[in-house]
Design a protein around this ligand. Structure first.
Ligand SMILES: Nc1ncnc2c1ncn2[C@@H]1O[C@H](COP(=O)(O)OP(=O)(O)OP(=O)(O)O)[C@@H](O)[C@H]1O
Ligand SMILES: [Mg+2]
Length: 261
């Protein structure tokens, strides 16, 4: 199962992605959590400390590895390089394993305007394709903020795209954007999770406005989640109520996927 967690900035993508990854690992699945946000912070949401991450570089920054795998020379431009670099050993070689979750930090490629094809972006793309198509593991992608980053390749390859929204009128706009995006990208399975809910009324109002977008559940606004973020620890370890809500979301997702298959 391949799941992408998306949504606008600060809505709780990383909180949910980390929680789902930890839960599925606890339930005995092989989980690869992929930090696909240039501003990478999925590690702390999984419970991996900054000290433990000190020796982990984003894959996009591994100049020598990129050069070795693509046959390019670091620092040169416009030379030939392989479009199909070997990547199948990288999930094991480059990941940090913690509480049963394998974390891969992708990093970011600063492409010059016009969408240049450079060795780093070819490597990342190849690795993502490998994770999505060639691995049996559950893959959870924590995406960069904004719905526009979803490439066709990723969107089409995931089994489920979870869009996290927050209560408010803007969430309704977001829901409409999602619907349009889903049809543009030909994503069949797009689901909504409502985060930072403060009352049942609030949830009811937003649900009512979703107009048929499949809804998986909600996460309550929770001071323990905030505090764990401040402390750089995992909300999964901080509050069983959060774990219960993530479990309910996971169960709703599995039911939806089963029904659709
Ligand atoms: N249910 C919640 N209750 C209270 N605080 C929350 C909740 N969910 C997330 N937060 C807090 O909101 C902030 C943003 O959460 P998070 O980093 O998960 O969002 P994000 O969508 O990944 O953000 P970004 O777009 O920057 O990647 C964090 O400080 C987090 O602790
Ligand atoms: Mg995030």
């Amino acid at each position: 199962m391949k799941i992408a967690v998306t949504g606008k900035g600060g809505v709780g993508k990383t909180t949910l992605a980390g929680g789902l990854a930890r839960l599925l690992a606890d339930e005995g699945m092989n989980v690869i959590a992929v930090d696909a946000d240039p501003d990478a912070n999925l590690a702390s949401s999984l419970g991996i400390s900054a000290e433990e991450m000190a020796d982990v570089a984003p894959i996009a920054d591994m100049k020598e590895l990129v050069a070795e795998r693509t046959g390019s020379k670091p620092g040169t431009f416009g030379t030939y390089f392989k479009m199909n670099p070997k990547v199948d050993d990288l999930p094991e070689a480059l990941s940090k394993v913690h509480d049963g979750v394998r974390l891969l930090v992708m990093g970011t490629v600063k492409e010059g305007g016009g969408g240049c094809v450079c060795p780093e972006s070819v490597m990342l793309k190849a690795l993502l394709q490998h994770l999505l198509f060639a691995r049996d593991d559950v893959v959870i992608l924590d995406m960069e903020a904004g719905l526009e980053h979803l490439g066709r390749g990723t969107a089409g390859a995931v089994d489920a795209m979870i869009v996290v929204i927050e209560p408010g009128m803007r969430s309704v706009q977001t829901a409409n954007t999602i619907r349009k995006l889903a049809s543009d990208l030909k994503v069949q399975r797009i689901y909504v999770v409502l985060n930072k809910v403060q009352s049942p009324e609030e949830e009811a109002i937003v649900k009512d406005k979703l107009d048929g977008l499949p809804y998986l559940g909600s996460i309550t606004y929770n001071h323990n989640i905030r505090r764990s973020d401040l402390e750089g620890t995992s909300p999964y370890d901080a509050d069983p109520a959060f774990v219960d809500e993530v479990r309910a979301i996971k169960e709703a997702l599995f039911q939806e996927l089963e029904r659709d298959s």
